[in-house]
Design a protein around this ligand. Structure first.
Ligand SMILES: [Zn+2]
Length: 124
């Protein structure tokens, strides 16, 4: 009976892994956030400051990469320090598709000189 219980416990652990209970280091981050370079409210520096203050290790500032916002990829490198880093990124937009959907796609690790697409807006 004890062996049966152990088997069940192992199965339960396998079905519900608890990665945050492991001794490894985990990084807290956000790969999707906006600033006032598109439809956010705060300056990029303030966005980074607030995430860092809340204990985040990294963020990717992913403003909407559209013509109405002049295709922003904000250079956040100056907001990095030994406890916090940033990854350059943007939220790209497909054109209107045949089924009428418009996709938003996060692009993380973009070069600062990434070429603008032909996405004047994210509204149809
Ligand atoms: Zn977004």
């Amino acid at each position: 009976m004890i062996a049966e219980n152990r088997k069940y416990e192992n199965d339960s652990e396998n079905m519900h892994p608890k990665p945050f209970n492991k001794p490894d280091r985990f990084w807290r981050g956000n790969l999707h956030t906006h600033s006032n370079r598109s439809d956010g409210k705060l300056e990029p520096e303030e966005v980074c400051h607030r995430y860092k203050s809340e204990g985040y290790d990294f963020i990717a500032l992913t403003d909407h990469f559209t013509g109405i916002y002049n295709y922003p990829i904000t250079d956040t490198r100056s907001f990095r320090d030994n406890a916090f880093t940033t990854i350059q990124g943007a939220e790209l937009h497909s054109g209107a598709m045949e089924n009428g959907e418009l996709w938003h796609i996060l692009a993380i690790g973009l070069p600062l000189d990434f070429s603008p697409s032909n996405s004047p807006t994210f509204f149809r």
